[in-house]
Design a protein around this ligand. Structure first.
Ligand code: SAM
Length: 298
């Protein structure tokens, strides 16, 4: 059964009385070259976790390259279709639920999966949120997430892979480089999906190192990353302004004023009038640590 063929998709859906749910981002892949590329070497011999099976087109590819495939799919109306299209894929298990609510640690621990890779064509409406959640998950320990290979809207792909100084560079770019090594893999045109969306897509890969890339020093213990992103978010909240303005507003109750932020920027070798988009991840970390020390000293 050729799951990238529109006639096959329509026939399957009508025979099982299922219709597309636009609000769940159901744009299914019909370009036959994309899934094999996405499912490639990274999942080989490992556990692959897919978010959103649709009618199972990528799931089938993953089933060939990974030892085990765990799929999290929210739409239970797809059950009879997937029972048919994945009938011969003995290494696939479907968990019915919302990926934003499923306890991924528990799922993986129960299945004794110590290492895994994510591979998914994400629903547009929640793509950024899902990736951010996965990045935070990757830093939490017991189960090791190796990589996140995902199809997302092209603009979202640009934001996750952007470098300092570009207009796409923002909070998610800092998060991607804080937790992983992001890579833009390839662009996918809107005509590669059925129904066709109004935007183009791209596949990105976030390679997660076995040891956390950066460890922050300071007083906040486990809360450290949260406090760091509090700083990053405040810096980008008024991205056209000098970052000393929004950052001092955010940390005013910790006794940090505009001049403190300017001094901290100077101390890390940056222009005190810098805007958020001019700071690399390492510079944000230096700024965070410098400001944290100023809070502690008082
Ligand atoms: N993998 C299929 C493909 O490539 O053709 C389908 C991809 S489609 C863009 C997104 C899939 O994610 C849909 O099957 C949708 O039902 C599912 N989905 C949407 N929101 C979800 C959520 N919060 N948790 C789990 N699955 C979700």
């Amino acid at each position: 059964m050729k799951l990238t063929n529109i006639t096959v998709i329509k026939e399957l859906m009508s025979r099982h009385g299922v219709s597309f749910t636009k609000s769940l981002g159901q744009n299914f892949l019909i370009n036959p070259s994309v899934c094999p590329k996405m499912a490639g070497v990274k999942t080989s011999g490992r556990v692959a976790v897919e978010i959103g099976a649709g009618i199972g087109v990528l799931t089938r590819e993953l089933s060939k390259t990974a030892d085990k495939v765990i799929v999290i799919e929210i739409d239970e109306s797809l059950k009879p279709i997937l029972a048919e299209t994945l009938a011969d894929c003995g290494n696939v298990e479907i968990i019915w639920g919302d990926v934003l609510e499923v306890d991924l640690h528990k799922v993986l621990e129960e299945r004794k999966a110590e290492r895994f890779d994510i591979c998914a064509n994400l629903p547009y409406y929640a793509a950024t949120h899902i990736i951010m959640k996965l990045l935070e998950f990757s830093a939490q320990g017991s189960v090791c997430l190796n990589s996140i290979t995902v199809m997302v809207q092209h603009e979202v792909a640009q934001r996750f892979t952007a470098l300092p100084g570009s207009k796409q560079y923002g909070i998610v770019s800092v998060a991607a480089r804080f937790y992983s090594e992001p890579e833009m893999l390839f662009k996918v045109s809107r005509g590669s999906f059925f129904p066709a969306p109004n935007v183009d897509s791209a596949v990105i890969r976030l390679n997660i190192p076995p040891q956390k890339k950066y460890s922050l020093s300071g007083e906040h213990g486990e809360n450290q990353d949260k406090q760091f992103f509090r700083l990053v978010k405040s810096a980008f909240s008024e991205r056209r302004k000098q970052l000393c303005n929004p950052v001092s507003k955010e940390f005013i109750l910790c006794g940090i004023g505009k001049e403190d932020v300017r001094h901290a920027l100077e101390a890390i070798g940056k222009n005190p009038a810098s805007r958020a988009e001019e700071l690399s991840v390492e510079e944000f970390i230096n700024l965070y640590e410098n400001i944290s020390n100023r809070i502690i000293v008082r």
